[in-house]
Design a protein around this ligand. Structure first.
Ligand SMILES: Nc1nc2c(c(=O)[nH]1)N(C=O)[C@@H](CNc1ccc(C(=O)N[C@@H](CCC(=O)O)C(=O)O)cc1)CN2
Ligand SMILES: Nc1ncnc2c1ncn2[C@@H]1O[C@H](COP(=O)(O)OP(=O)(O)OP(=O)(O)O)[C@@H](O)[C@H]1O
Length: 204
């Protein structure tokens, strides 16, 4: 968010900026194609085919669209968990029960997040997920993921590790965001796969 640590790796910051610049150039047609292809590729994942509970998120702005995927999972009868951003950047969770179950939440500036409007299940609810779909800006061949810098998903990954939970960890990206190297800090944990509109990249 806006309170980046002064010592934060400037390599992360410049990679973030570069990717957000490219994302800002995408057209509405690009976005529609990306959303449909991303859902198709993700639904081919065996990890999602056998999942009873999937932790996901509602895409915003220029993120690759997740709405088609959320609706397909929901229609299959999968229990879909969605994040609720807490004041300390940790994440609480609620369930996705179709488009009407979402409520807009204004963040600081112009960004609006869609969050689940129903019962909050608590930050530990993610421990019940068979697969976790993560937002990100980039990933490298080791599975090191670059996020927006809030550290919310770093906390989720740390919580899963502490609990000994081992869900499939899958980041959803545009094709060009699978890169050669993502700068990492000691708290960063790798994901297992990335899904992009053109396919699946596996890291373990
Ligand atoms: N779709 C989606 N939902 C998500 C996340 C995400 O990355 N994507 N999150 C992932 O953790 C959590 C929310 N965290 C967020 C962190 C920063 C910003 C944001 O608007 N950042 C602006 C800059 C805002 C500012 O600091 O002024 C930006 O990146 O442009 C939004 C959500 C939970 N839900
Ligand atoms: N387990 C944790 N608990 C609390 N704070 C953490 C944890 N892991 C990382 N952080 C903090 O989160 C901040 C952002 O870290 P980083 O830049 O790696 O975010 P990110 O991975 O890009 O974002 P996100 O995880 O939200 O997608 C850092 O200040 C870091 O110290």
């Amino acid at each position: 968010m806006s309170h980046l640590r002064p010592e934060e790796d400037s390599a992360k910051r410049s990679l973030r900026r570069g990717i957000l610049t490219v994302r800002a150039r995408l057209t509405a047609d690009d976005a529609r194609e990306t959303e449909a292809s991303l859902a198709a590729r993700a639904l081919e994942l065996p990890e999602l085919a056998r999942a009873r509970t999937v932790a996901a998120y509602v895409s915003m702005g220029s993120e690759p669209g997740t709405r088609a995927l959320l609706d397909a999972l929901h229609a299959r009868g999968v229990r879909v968990l969605l994040p609720v951003l807490l004041a300390d950047n940790d994440l609480d969770w609620g369930t996705y029960d179709g488009p009407d179950s979402l409520a807009p939440v204004r963040l600081g500036g112009r960004m609006t997040l869609l969050e689940p409007a129903g019962t909050r299940l608590g930050p530990e609810a993610v421990l019940g997920a068979d697969a976790v779909l993560l937002p990100g800006l980039a990933v490298d061949g080791r599975g090191m993921r670059l996020g927006r810098g809030g550290g919310s998903y770093d906390r989720v990954l740390a919580r899963l590790e502490r609990a000994g939970a081992d869900p499939a960890l899958v980041v959803l990206l545009h094709d060009s965001e699978v890169v050669g190297h993502v700068p990492e800090e000691p708290h960063d944990r790798p994901v297992h796969a990335a899904v992009t509109p053109s396919g699946v990249h596996r890291f373990r």
